[in-house]
Design a protein around this ligand. Structure first.
Ligand SMILES: NC(=O)c1ccc[n+]([C@@H]2O[C@H](COP(=O)([O-])OP(=O)(O)OC[C@H]3O[C@@H](n4cnc5c(N)ncnc54)[C@H](O)[C@@H]3O)[C@@H](O)[C@H]2O)c1
Ligand SMILES: N[C@@H](CCO)C(=O)O
Ligand code: NA
Length: 433
């Protein structure tokens, strides 16, 4: 059979890994596919010492690749929005299939890109964009396709998980660990995407679209990052038997779906609690299978290349197939009617930390507010005065309640004369196994 001819755009961390793995595993890949995968052209601003492109056709203009009639599959690894979107749409218009690792592009412009792909009968595949090397999209699309997915929860940003792990284990300052993650090639070009939860929200948007058959609703996802997490809360959480994790959670409710990314306390004994460093994990519950868990490297050069190339192989298997066979891989048939619930409509348990003046009766005044809002307390811990300000920390774990009710209770608590500053609120999820 004729080789499959790919054009790779972008030769950074993922692009160089893709070239390296394609070259290194050339024979293995050909054996699995029954035909070889050839790098027809590379579009790169500059050479990258991390990969050897000697003898390869390298252009400085990535649009040469999108317009190259000898390229069957364009692999977009430049990142970003505008140029990447133009590149992908040009490739689609030219009848090329597209493989991308760009979750920002898919989460925010995917509805439009998939519509263009559908029109042309080509595939847009994006496994590398979600949870790096883990075949998470493949699991939803293929392995779990018999199920109604009830919910999924995942650690889906490698940089953020790496930072939380290093802060907890080594007490390293936030900024130092972030710098390390950047040097290791884990972080986004703009690392605020990692630490403010935007990258995780991109990935959650894509997972939820695949899981529930809904359009990509990035603008409706609730997004909170890890930049405000303090070593003190990590410590208190540990004392209470929990681990601080940055989770993306998508859950079906009777009235819509929850779509939210935020720091979350998970029981220390839960499998997700021991997912550390750059590792990612996605837990999915289907009505037939129950829970399944997918674990692996969420970022990095070769690990991400592994998913990029798996997509190339999936596309290659369908290269000569009729359009009807191509469609399910590239686009999600979506139900426009299922609303994404606003954050104040979610139900969950909470960790609250209050800095209070160490006065008699303060605990009663605090618990009274929770009680008249109908919020049950699960655990309560008072910590000694720390800062010489005559104050103490009260840490409370609550039972499940509606977020809107918790919002009201927090406002009332902050109005108490005993309470200093803002109350720290962290959501808790027991991820019932
Ligand atoms: N790094 C990871 O571990 C990882 C994992 C999963 C997904 N991703 C995604 O993969 C994509 C690439 O990420 P990366 O980490 O390899 O980034 P990177 O910055 O290392 O590489 C991007 C490369 O594209 C090149 N580029 C940008 N615009 C270009 C243009 N107009 N013409 C030619 N070259 C251009 C840059 O010079 C750079 O070499 C992003 O969408 C990112 O979100 C990265
Ligand atoms: N910056 C991303 C890359 C993988 O998508 C992360 O750290 O998870
Ligand atoms: Na993946």
């Amino acid at each position: 059979m004729k080789p499959v001819r790919v054009g790779i755009c972008g030769l950074g961390t993922v692009g160089s890994g893709t070239v390296n793995v394609l070259v290194r595993n050339r024979e293995e890949i050909a054996r699995r596919l029954g035909r070889s995968v050839e790098i027809e052209q590379i579009g790169a601003r500059r050479d990258n010492p991390a990969c050897d492109t000697t003898g390869m056709n390298v252009t400085r203009d990535i649009f040469d690749v999108a317009n190259n009639p000898d390229v069957d599959v364009l692999v977009e690894l430049i990142g970003g929005y505008d140029t990447a979107k133009q590149l992908v749409l040009t490739a689609i218009a030219n009848g090329k299939h597209v493989v991308t690792a760009n979750k920002a592009l898919i989460a925010e412009h995917g509805n439009e890109i998939f519509a263009a792909a559908r029109e042309q009968g080509v595939i847009v595949a994006y496994e590398a964009g979600v949870a790096g090397g883990i075949p998470a999209i493949k699991a939803l699309r293929e392995g779990l396709s018999a199920n109604k997915i009830q919910w999924l929860a995942g650690i889906i940003n490698g940089t953020g998980n790496f930072i939380l792990t290093e802060m907890r284990d080594k007490g390293s300052p936030f900024a130092d660990v972030l710098k390390q993650a950047q040097e290791l090639g884990y972080a986004e070009a703009d690392p605020t995407f990692d630490v403010e939860g935007i990258d995780a929200a991109h990935k959650l948007t894509i997972l939820a679209s695949n899981a529930f058959g809904i359009p990509l609703h990035f603008d409706k996802a609730y997004t909170e990052g890890i930049s405000a997490i303090t070593p003190r809360d990590i410590q208190y959480a540990t004392e209470l038997g929990y681990r601080m994790k940055h989770l993306g959670i998508a859950r079906r409710r009777g009235d819509g779906v929850e779509l939210r990314v935020h720091p979350t306390l998970v029981p220390a004994k839960h499998l997700l609690a021991s997912v550390d460093g750059v590792m990612n994990a996605v837990l999915m519950e289907g009505d037939a299978v129950g829970q399944t868990l997918y674990y692996g490297p969420g970022a990095g050069s070769d690990a991400t290349a592994s998913a990029v190339i798996a997509d190339i192989l999936d596309v290659a298997r369908l290269l000569d197939a009729p359009t009807a066979a191509v469609a399910p891989l590239g686009f999600v048939e979506s139900d426009q009617q299922i609303p994404v619930l606003p954050i104040d409509k979610i139900h969950c348990s909470y960790y609250l930390r209050l800095h209070v003046s160490d006065q008699p009766g303060v605990l009663t005044r605090v618990t009274e507010i929770l009680s008249h809002n109908g919020i049950n307390i699960d655990a309560l811990m008072q910590k000694e005065v720390r800062e010489g300000d005559g104050c103490a920390d009260i840490v409370i774990l609550t039972h499940e309640t509606l977020e809107a009710i918790m919002d009201t209770a927090i406002i009332e608590l902050e109005q108490l004369a005993d309470v200093t500053g803002s109350i720290i609120r962290i959501r808790v999820d027991h991820l019932e196994m």
